[in-house]
Each structure stands twice: as structure tokens, then as C-alpha cells.
Design a protein around this ligand. Structure first.
Ligand code: SF4
Length: 334
């Protein structure tokens, strides 16, 4: 079952009286966004649903409000610890699980821990769309397993992780992690960043999967890209245009460092970083992008190696003869 915080939407409409809004959210919930748009139209609010995917709270699409003359942007499904940023209002979207489901998930997890003799303190984390299930699960597990208290990152919910922010999981004396959700992407991130055995608990299929093997494949691919980029004479440094990803200073830093090793760097700027756009820069030997660290890991089709910011830092270390075992170790990947 799904749930959208319609009460908050009504409250925003009542108090802020927007005439036009832009609705932004991930591709997977486009029907939910269209329903929301329809409801808003019945309230006299012109609602435009974004046809561009929004990958996170870093991808606000402010320009759409400017072009359409909209008063507000409703960002659905990327809840963080903040209710709004400027004219963006975050609207909570959840997958809802009932008591019976949570009971089953709890038993499944305890059974798995016992069967696999996982001793010690467990870190349990999730993403915003499973936060309600997460809080119910934590309550049920209390007193039955030793749960690590998550670290509090100021703009995130307690226990929340993002694809590039694993601060919640950086707590002392944790022995292994569980990720509640169905995105292998986040579970692999947890494993790579913490270097702790991580298990994904999918509340839909009620399955638990260890992700170490998959994480190692990412790591291998990452080192292969870095090794090729290490031979590059010309590197394109791509700055992302999305509001929360425009890391100009990091791009400047990488460029400066690479120049010390006689690498020619070329600054490039684009909104969505896709293989089609990047591949047309045929004269480059490799690329670094300082926008979203997950692009090189999760998007296929780049003809030349494309490195994320953590991978570019690893490349610089390798050039300086500093050993690197895991470019992704660490809480923050930006
Ligand atoms: S992983 Fe990428 S899309 Fe997700 S929050 Fe980080 S920068 Fe944004």
C-alpha cells in the first residue's frame, strides 16, 4: 500500500495559496504524481507534473518554477529532515506495511541473525519511503537484538541514508548493517562506505540478501576505470547543473591536482550526465564528474572511463603513490 501526505498538501494550499505548482518526483511514482496534480487542479491550483526524473533531494528542478511562473515546487518522495528549501516543499511518500507484515519481517530478521550467528551490534538503516515501516520494525526489535543508535546528520531523518550519504551508519562498535528497502543501490553503498557486512531486507518480498559480493563487483569496476583514467592525458571535468549537485569547487580542485601531473583538463557543464552527452566529447581520454557519485557506478554506456568525485580523489592519491583500497570508504561521497 502507498501513502502520500495529502494533509500536508492541503495545508500548504490553504496557507500559501499557490496559483501554480510544479510536482517533481522519481520516475517510479509518476502515476502518484499525476493523481496529485489532478487533485490540485480540482482545488483551483494549476499543477504541472515534471517529465524529468528527480533522483533525490539534490534534484529540485527550480528552473521549471521559473519558466512556468509557479509559486511552489512539491517534491514528492524525497523526504529529508527538512520540510522545505526555498520554494520547494517536501511531501512525504511512504510504502505502508501493516502490523502483521512488520511482525513477519521482525521474525524473519531475528531468524536470519540466529541462523547465521551474527553476533554483536546491528546498525539498521533505511530510505525515506520506508521510514514508517522502519520505525515500526525498530520498536519490535527493541530488547530482542542489540541495535546501534544511528548517527544524526542534521538534514536527514534518524537512520536515513541517501545514495551518497551514509553518515547515519557511522557509529562506533557496530558489527554489521541491515538495510530496510528494495534498492540494492543503497545497500551496496552501505557496505562500501562502512566496510561492514551488510544485508538488505526487502519488506515486499520478505527476503534477506547479503550484498558483499555485489559490492565487490562495484569496487572491481571502479578500480578498472581508475586504472585507465590514470593513463589519460586529457580529462574532461564535468560539473552538474542540478541544484544540490553543482560542486564547482570540487571540480576546480580536481582540475588543479590533475594539472600537477601534466594532465590537460577541460571544464564541461551539463544538467543530466548521460552517456549520449558525454560520449560526444571524443577527444577526451577520461572524465571526472563532481555531480552525483552514483552515475559512474550505476549508469552504463560511457565509452571512456567516467570517475565520480571519490574515484577522482583515489586517482590523485594513486598518482601521488598513496595506496588506495576502497575509494568509497567514508560517510559522505560528495
Ligand atoms: S546519490 Fe546522487 S541523486 Fe542521490 S542524493 Fe546523492 S547526489 Fe543526489
Amino acid at each position: 500500500m502507498i501513502w502520500l501526505d495529502w494533509e500536508r498538501v492541503e495545508d500548504i494550499v490553504r496557507k500559501e495559496k499557490p496559483k501554480k505548482v510544479i510536482i517533481v518526483g522519481p520516475d517510479g511514482i509518476v502515476d502518484v504524481l499525476l493523481d496529485l496534480g489532478k487533485k490540485l487542479e480540482t482545488m483551483g491550483v494549476r499543477a504541472y507534473v515534471s517529465g524529468d526524473p528527480s533522483y533525490g533531494s539534490c534534484d529540485l528542478q527550480l528552473n521549471k518554477a521559473y519558466v512556468a511562473g509557479a509559486d511552489l515546487i512539491l517534491n514528492v518522495g524525497h523526504t529529508i529532515g527538512l520540510e522545505s528549501i526555498g520554494n520547494v516543499r517536501f511531501i512525504n511518500f511512504q510504502y505502508i506495511f501493516d502490523e502483521e507484515d512488520i511482525e513477519k519481517i521482525t521474525e524473519l530478521m531475528i531468524g536470519y541473525i540466529n541462523e547465521n550467528r551474527l553476533n554483536g551490534k546491528i546498525g539498521i538503516y533505511t530510505i525515506s519511503n520506508y521510514y514508517s515501516a522502519y520505525t515500526m520494525l525498530i520498536k519490535k526489535l527493541e530488547g530482542k537484538v542489540d541495535i546501534a543508535k544511528p548517527g544524526k546528520y542534521e538534514t536527514l531523518l534518524l537512520g536515513q541514508v541517501l545514495g551518497c550519504n551514509f553518515y547515519s551508519a557511522f557509529v562506533p562498535n557496530t558489527d554489521y548493517n541491515f538495510f530496510l528497502g528494495e534498492s540494492l543501490f543503497h545497500a551496496i553503498g552501505l557496505q562500501l562506505s562502512t566496510e561492514k557486512e551488510t544485508f538488505m531486507l526487502d519488506p515486499h518480498t520478505k527476503e534477506i540478501t547479503g550484498v558483499r559480493e555485489e559490492a565487490n563487483k562495484y569496487l572491481k569496476a571502479s578500480f578498472a576505470r581508475i586504472a585507465i583514467a590514470n593513463r589519460a592525458e586529457k580529462i574532461g571535468i564535468i560539473v552538474g547543473e542540478k541544484e544540490g549537485q553543482a560542486n564547482l569547487q570540487k571540480a576546480d580542485f580536481i582540475s588543479r591536482e590533475l594539472k600537477k601531473f601534466n594532465v590537460s583538463t577541460f571544464m564541461i557543464i551539463m544538467n543530466e550526465i548521460t552517456p549520449e552527452k558525454v560520449n560526444k566529447f571524443q577527444g577526451m581520454d577520461a572524465f571526472v564528474e563532481t555531480a552525483c557519485p552514483r552515475i559512474p557506478m550505476n549508469v552504463e554506456g560511457f565509452k571512456k572511463p567516467l570517475l565520480s568525485y571519490p574515484e577522482a580523489l583515489a586517482l590523485i592519491k594513486i598518482k601521488k603513490k598513496i595506496p588506495v583500497t576502497n575509494p568509497y570508504r567514508g560517510a559522505l561521497w560528495f
